[in-house]
Write a protein that binds this ligand. Sequence first.
Ligand code: HEM
Ligand SMILES: [Cu+2]
Length: 618
Amino acid sequence: MSTTTKSKSVLWDWLTTVDHKKIGVMYLIAGTLFFVKAGVMALFMRIQLMYPEMNFLSGQTFNEFITMHGTIMLFLAATPLLFAFMNFIVPLQIGARDVAFPFVNALGFWIFFFGGFLLSLSWFFGGGPDAGWTAYVPLSSRDYAGLGLDFYVLGLQVSGIGTLVSAINFLVTIVNMRAPGMTMMRLPLFVWTTFISSTLILFAFTPLAAGLALLMLDRLFEAQYFITDMGGNVVLWQHIFWIFGHPEVYILVLPAFGIISEVIPAFSRKRLFGYTAMVFATMLIAFLGFMVWAHHMFTVGMGPIANSIFAIATMTIAVPTGIKVFNWLFTMWGGKITFNTAMLFASSFVPTFVLGGVTGVMLAMAPVDHLYHDTYFVVAHFHYIIVGGIVLALFAGVFYWYPKMFGHKLNEGLGKLFFWVFFIGFHLTFFVQHLLGLMGMPRRVYTFLGDQGLDTFNFISTIGTFFMSAAIIILVINVIYSAFKGERVGADPWDARTLEWATAHPLPEYNFAQTPQVRSLDPLFYEKIHGDGKMKPAEPLQDIHMPNGSILPFIMSVGLFISGFGFIMFNMENPILPPIVVAVGGLAITFICMIVRSVKEDHGYHIPVEEIKAKEVN
Ligand code: HEM
Ligand SMILES: [Cu+2]
């Protein structure tokens, strides 16, 4: 801690921080809380489906849980958990002192957080949204959906702005802040996937914002974009939604691929097989990911030509994905593999994800999709991708980067127990759902009848969910246990390859005392083989310029939150204040903060050389 921030309280420090590492930790905490919340909803839904004709949840509550579970998991759990690693790790991996715009980084976090908070408030104002995470019209129109849906629209609108500004920040960071010698073709795969995923966010979240704005106009001000009575078009919503919605899956899964591509080489003690092919496969997947949105709409009546084009386009994604899978296998081939917890998660990711990919190709066959559509087969498919892919990768990342983030390892024994209980629970839960789907069980139903052959598999599926819940409890125990008893480690506990492991320990706020000179792909490994194991500096040791913290991002986000709430008040009966006042008032707060930020001069502060020297000795 430098002298300028020493006097402040801990809470104030976190509320005003612009340090990418602290922001990374905040994303980790917020994402975990939302993950647990949505996980409990999943558990409750599965308990309701444990036996035929259960009365654990009402149909209405079940619909609200389905909507909130899906929405929270995708927007408020998976995305921020990946952002946690992007924030913490990417600047370190490219040898930078921070992201390009630290202030904007804090802003992105707080906007996401208050958007999520706004969405969560729906429970206190007449129930959660209940039209599914896709909010199809007319289910989401004013005739069918209450206030909960306004929270969905405005909550996502606000948190989406946060995601968008963060993505722009990552793009600029990766283009501009790389250490000397770190060419684009020397970027670690996790940085590459962050870069491409951020590009996807840029092009996918903008149509989402537009769609949500139109839906808001429909709901609050009786515009008629999507209402058929007045010449609106419901299929228009589906197109807009899936032009965002399909790339969203790749926004999540590409960084997950990135994590896997870091963990597998580290614990196979080999360089990643086919680096260049991996990079171009990632680009190709991202591009094709934008071309295939209408495979979600095979059954709406687009006609055979459109269906065929989208079916074929979808299947071609299997090619670059296959390249990735084989490159991971070739990386492990002949390697000296250490099967610790991180590697267990990373290596089990590969076959699990492949299974999800195979059912994806099955779903892409347009004529056959009429059978699968809206059955549990689809639920099984996307959970194999989302849980078997993204969540397994996140856990691999947690165990791999934990020592860098918190200075100690997670316990390996508890970690492996966690892995096995989760992995078995996952397959128990979701494998049988393929069969349920083929047997005709529709998705998004809150109950089913006995004697239809659906009992056993639904029961097994719910038991699997109990396993996964137990696993999460084991993880929590591990985190607490390791905080006290975990093995304290140095800067490079895995004998790894990339730059984040070349920092001093404990990690100073400026990351690198001197920007490192990068001489190769896997720069740290290169120095271990060809040099003395230490990165060479690219600049003389000098005072380091750091940005000041600021409370403005927090206040700006509160402003947007108030404004969002104000718009929702248009649909409330007897609002306490005129909605327009609240909506505009909130925006005014945000704009005033923007003006203050522009006008007030803030030059940051310097860390003197003596202080840096003192720190780097440890
Ligand atoms: C790990 C344990 C999980 C369990 C037991 C679980 C369970 C469920 C259940 C029961 C449904 C409703 C299925 C239906 O009737 O259509 C559902 C839907 C969904 N889940 Fe999960 N889920 C889990 C994890 C996740 C994760 C990690 C994500 C995303 C990051 C996710 C995303 C979704 C989505 C997008 C839907 C669709 C909601 C809709 O139909 O509108 N789930 N899940
Ligand atoms: Cu899709």
